[in-house]
Design a protein around this ligand. Structure first.
Ligand code: PRP
Length: 205
């Protein structure tokens, strides 16, 4: 049996669609409700639905042999696993955004940066030689500069709608993001055949 950790939320629907297109469809997916474990007996695959950072943990600990997770989370948390496949889903990017009209302050002086990704933000601004203070925010990051908690945010944007509707504008691009398939190191040895067959099927080979 191959244990696969899938990231809940934004990436979930695209991952499930891709799996279905590759013959891994599970009937109950549409009606799964709050179920967190789903089994495909035909393919001998068991799926868990987990939060993005936990996907790394499940794979690192070998509870999941394989995980599908965003490269944003991998970059933020690191970890010990094989990064095996770039997927054409979960395409978005990390940007620095500020309230419209405040862009002029971006390169001048001390900046307070609100973000869910303190490691990514710290590395980015260090690379630029900017003097910044990082404020960790857990969600609705766009509120930070509006309410005066921070000057700018480092966050993910996909459609750009959230930034636009909250009067923020992109002042810098950090890096592009996509979903990746990661593999537990021991599983790669012990279940190599099943892991590789799964990867090849997802690649469409
Ligand atoms: C992410 C991100 C932005 C939004 C961007 O948040 O942090 O807020 O999506 O998407 P858009 O460019 O398509 O508008 P998410 O929806 O994951 O929720 P959160 O704010 O609770 O973290």
């Amino acid at each position: 049996m191959l244990n696969v950790a899938l990231t809940k939320g934004r990436l979930e629907e695209d991952t499930m669609e891709l799996l279905k297109n590759r013959g891994y469809g599970i009937e109950e997916w549409e009606s799964k409700g709050r179920q967190l474990i789903l089994q495909d007996r035909k393919k001998n695959v068991r799926y868990f639905l987990v939060k993005s950072a936990d996907c790394l943990t499940y794979v690192e600990h070998g509870v999941a042999d394989v995980g599908v997770v965003g490269s944003d989370v991998m970059e933020e948390y690191g970890g010990d696993y094989y990064d095996m496949l770039d997927m054409d889903i979960g395409i978005c990017k990390f940007v620095v955004a500020m309230p419209k009209g405040k862009e002029a302050n971006y390169e001048s002086g001390h900046l307070k940066i609100g973000t869910k990704y303190p490691n990514v933000a710290t590395k980015f601004f260090k690379g630029k030689g900017f003097d910044v203070e990082i404020v960790k925010i857990e969600g609705s990051v766009e509120l930070g500069p509006i309410l005066g908690l921070c000057d700018a945010i480092v966050d993910i944007t996909e459609t750009g709608t959230t930034l636009k509707e909250n009067g923020l504008t992109i002042v810098d691009e950090v890096f592009d993001i996509n979903a990746k398939l990661i593999v537990n190191k021991a599983s790669f040895r012990i279940k190599r055949e099943q892991v590789m067959a799964f990867i090849d099927d997802l690649k469409g080979e």
